[in-house]
Write a protein that binds this ligand. Structure first.
Ligand code: ADP
Ligand code: MG
Length: 239
């Protein structure tokens, strides 16, 4: 589904040149739920922005669904971003004056989907995140957790190949965080491929694989399920 080889990102400012990502290699299969963790400034957001085609790498290869994304022109890249990628932001990024339904329709407007189909699919996406009763509400009339669920519905509505989320619970209290993470777990159970950035250990626990960044490099990449099994079987041996 997703192949990253030798991905590097260099930021140049007036004073300094900085490698935010250094030779990153990652493969993610369809249906995986991956958490990306690491200290502040380690390159997590830079990495997710490359995957989301919000920015271009300095060098390296990124293949998504068989498409070498790094070779695409800007216009083609915008198409991939809209059709194949669902992005969830820490600050929700909803249009404040628009209803939930309208917010969720936006990616389909870009894709040129007709009004009747837009309504139908936006309604289904909102029902999928448990907001069937909040379709006419504006963001200011919703709780933080509900706003993020609208943003997740928007990310899902074009049936993307991957859903990317950068600190999706960063602005939420613990109850709303759990509400949002249970949605991600449901999506994972339905086969959606998810990469989620967090610096909170209890949030990362929801994923089946945890990739750790440090100083622009991957220092650890482990399967949580395997680790749990390993601990369980060690206990069996010990007892
Ligand atoms: P994280 O999300 O893990 O906190 P980031 O990916 O935001 O880390 O940042 C990685 C490094 O790249 C940091 O040193 C940060 O200061 C730098 N950086 C991020 N964005 C830019 C930018 N647009 N211009 C210059 N440097 C940047
Ligand atoms: Mg970040």
């Amino acid at each position: 589904m997703l192949h990253i080889e030798g991905l590097t990102k260099q930021y140049k400012t007036d004073e300094v040149e900085l490698f935010a990502l250094k030779n990153i290699n990652v493969h993610v299969s369809k249906g995986e739920f991956v958490a990306i963790v690491g200290p502040s400034g380690s390159g997590k957001s830079t990495f997710l922005n490359m995957l989301g085609c919000l920015d271009r790498p300095t060098s390296g290869s990124y293949v998504l669904d068989g498409i070498e994304v790094t070779r695409l022109k800007d216009k083609e890249l915008a198409g991939v971003r809209n059709q194949k990628i669902g992005f969830v932001f820490q600050s929700f990024n909803l249009l404040p004056r628009a209803t939930s339904l309208r917010n969720v329709e936006i990616p389909m407007l870009y894709a040129g989907v007709g009004m009747a189909v837009r309504k139908k699919r936006a309604t289904a996406a909102l029902q999928r995140v448990g907001l069937g009763q909040r379709m006419g509400h504006k963001p200011s009339q919703l709780s933080g957790g509900q706003r993020q669920r609208v943003a997740i519905a928007r990310a899902l509505v074009n049936q993307p190949s991957i859903v990317l989320a950068d600190e999706p619970t960063g602005n939420l209290d613990s109850r709303s965080s759990m509400e949002v993470m249970s949605i991600f777990q449901e999506l994972h159970a339905q086969g959606v491929t998810i990469l989620l950035v967090t610096h909170e250990a209890d949030i990362a626990q929801h994923a089946e694989r945890v990739i750790t960044f440090k100083d622009g490099c991957i220092i650890k990449d482990e399967q949580v399920i395997d680790r749990l099994f390993a601990t369980a079987s060690e206990e069996v041996i010990l007892t």
